[in-house]
Write a new protein. Structure first.
Length: 94
């Protein structure tokens, strides 16, 4: 795995965390912690996906496609209309 894009993305993300920390010092002093948490979680996911062999997806590609089609039909049938567009599923907690 080439870590150059990951390092570049982490540097840009760290710059964003510093900017948020500086901009929200008075109104939301801990806001940068949320941004840093998501940055670390995204970096971990990038590493996992970078070392994982994507060819394993070939075995589950058609079942995943079927699941996505069912979800799209579910939105069409039972979706909530928000601002005139029917594109949301009501999942209870979300």
């Amino acid at each position: 795995m080439d870590f150059t894009p990951l390092v570049a993305a982490l540097l840009i993300g760290a710059l964003g965390v510093v900017n948020i920390s500086s901009a929200a010092q008075v109104t939301a002093p801990n806001l940068y912690l949320y941004q840093a948490t998501w940055l670390v979680m995204g970096a971990c996911m990038a590493v996992v996906l970078g070392v994982w062999d994507y060819r394993n997806l070939e075995q589950v590609a058609y079942p995943l496609y079927a699941v996505v089609l069912v979800l799209l039909l579910l939105v069409l049938v039972t979706g909530r209309a928000i601002l005139g567009a029917k594109r949301w599923l009501s999942l209870g907690l979300f």
